[in-house]
Design a binder for this molecule. Structure first.
Ligand code: HSE
Length: 416
């Protein structure tokens, strides 16, 4: 017998309202919203006024409410709500990737201490059930890589810049109007939202808990029309890609960077607000998840699925972390990149391990070659305005390959 869910909902924005409407249409779920806590009582809302309150304790201290659904966009307030709800014996469903990614350790501990369930399928790739699949299906040893477009807004912006020739600013405005972007859109544009999602995927895929900000990342703010033209000439599309890939030494290289995506990649046709995640596993080879990664109903669908799972007392076991040997992050990878820069910039070419191509064009130059992940983590020359760094289509260079190439070039130069 599945249990009755009495829900206290925090937030009635795009996703909260969609969830409310969906629950009205799914009586078989045995779940109903008892109270909704909102910040601004003056806003007009499409639900009975008696449902709303501005007092969080009306949910958190109400013993008849057994599930808290947290759909607000303030990560600090969300953390307070989630922790209090768990301590008060309630199950929690959240879509707040920033809050979850920034507090993974504390939230894991609290679930262990309280025995309560915290589910957050909507926090990564909205409608795509990627967290539960990584958690349940893929055995750690077999998981070779998770590579995905996990932020709908930046993907929407890049698609509209290419297809409608929109400026970055106009495309961002449209993404905000359509409800895809965060209320602070720099989280999308600077790659932080994708990074938070990657941190969550690292935990469920590889058992790794990491502070998101320690991973190599950037966004799409500095991508220029000349980068887009370069990509188009080569048959590539530029996408903000999040990856966690197992290197030959068994360590995991994890990063969020713009990347040239070739036609042969399953991610090439992931456009607009869609997300796509490819999972490479030792036996099954490549598998592909595709779906809407932002927007009210797609996100509400993941929340609904978590609610449904709670009826059967589902909770994450964090198997890769607690029941298997966790993987370790690599800080010493090498990456093949394209770096373009305004022609007045004196470019630090000694930042490259080796250079494959240099090009000077009207107003804009570029270099392709190999850089060290560690150096990029330490330096910020590549984050400056007027410079864009884009991963090549096959970006990971193993240490051994690098040493071979360096040895050969020294031999050619007659040095070794
Ligand atoms: N701003 C997020 C995105 C919303 O664009 O992907 C969904 O997490």
């Amino acid at each position: 017998m599945s249990k009755q869910l009495n829900i206290g909902l925090f937030g009635f924005g795009v996703v909260g309202e969609s969830l409310y409407n969906v629950l009205l249409q799914t009586p078989t779920l045995n779940a109903s919203i008892t109270k909704v806590v909102i910040r601004d009582p003056r806003k007009r809302r499409s639900a009975p006024a008696a449902l709303f309150s501005t007092d969080a304790s009306e949910i958190l201290n109400d013993e008849s409410i057994n599930v808290v659904v947290e759909l607000i966009d303030d990560a600090d307030a969300a953390f307070q709500i989630i922790t209090t709800a768990l301590l008060n014996g309630k199950a929690v469903v959240s879509a707040n990737k920033k809050c979850i990614a920034e507090h993974l350790d504390e939230l894991l501990l609290l679930q262990q201490q309280t025995g309560g369930a915290l589910l957050y399928e909507a926090a990564a790739c909205a409608s795509i059930p990627v967290i539960r699949n990584l958690e349940e299906y893929y055995d750690n040893d077999l998981l070779q890589g998770i590579v995905g477009v996990v932020n709908g807004s930046t993907n929407f912006i890049l698609t509209r810049m290419v297809e409608d020739d929109l400026t970055f600013k106009d495309a961002l405005l449209l993404a905000r109007q359509l409800g895809f972007a965060e209320s602070d859109p720099s989280l999308d544009v600077d790659g932080i939202d994708a990074l938070n999602k990657l941190a969550i995927l690292l935990l469920h895929g590889y058992g790794i808990v990491t502070e998101p900000g320690l991973l190599l990342h950037s966004g799409i703010r500095h991508i220029t029309r000349s980068d887009i033209s370069y990509a188009a000439e080569k048959g590539y599309r530029i996408k903000l890609v999040a990856c966690a890939v197992k290197l030959k030494n068994g360590r995991i290289i994890a990063l969020v960077l713009p990347q040239f995506v070739p036609r042969s990649s399953l991610l090439h046709n992931v456009n607009n607000e869609y997300n796509g995640v490819t999972i490479r596993s030792g036996l099954a080879d490549e598998q592909f998840f595709y779906g809407k990664g932002a927007g009210g109903f797609p996100t509400a669908s993941a929340v609904l699925s978590d609610l449904s799972a709670l009826r059967y007392n589902y909770r994450y076991e964090y198997r890769k972390k607690f029941l298997q040997e966790s993987s370790v992050l690599s800080q010493y990878g090498f990456l093949k990149v394209y770096v373009s820069f305004d022609s007045h910039i004196t470019f630090p070419s000694d930042e490259f391990e080796w250079i494959e191509e240099r090009h000077s064009g009207p107003g804009r130059n570029y270099i392709t070659g190999v850089v060290s992940q560690k150096k990029l983590l330490q330096d910020d020359w590549w984050r400056q305005p007027g410079i864009s760094l884009i991963l090549s289509a096959e970006p990971f260079v193993e240490d051994i390959e690098l040493r071979n190439v360096k040895r050969k070039s020294l031999q050619l130069a007659g040095v070794a």
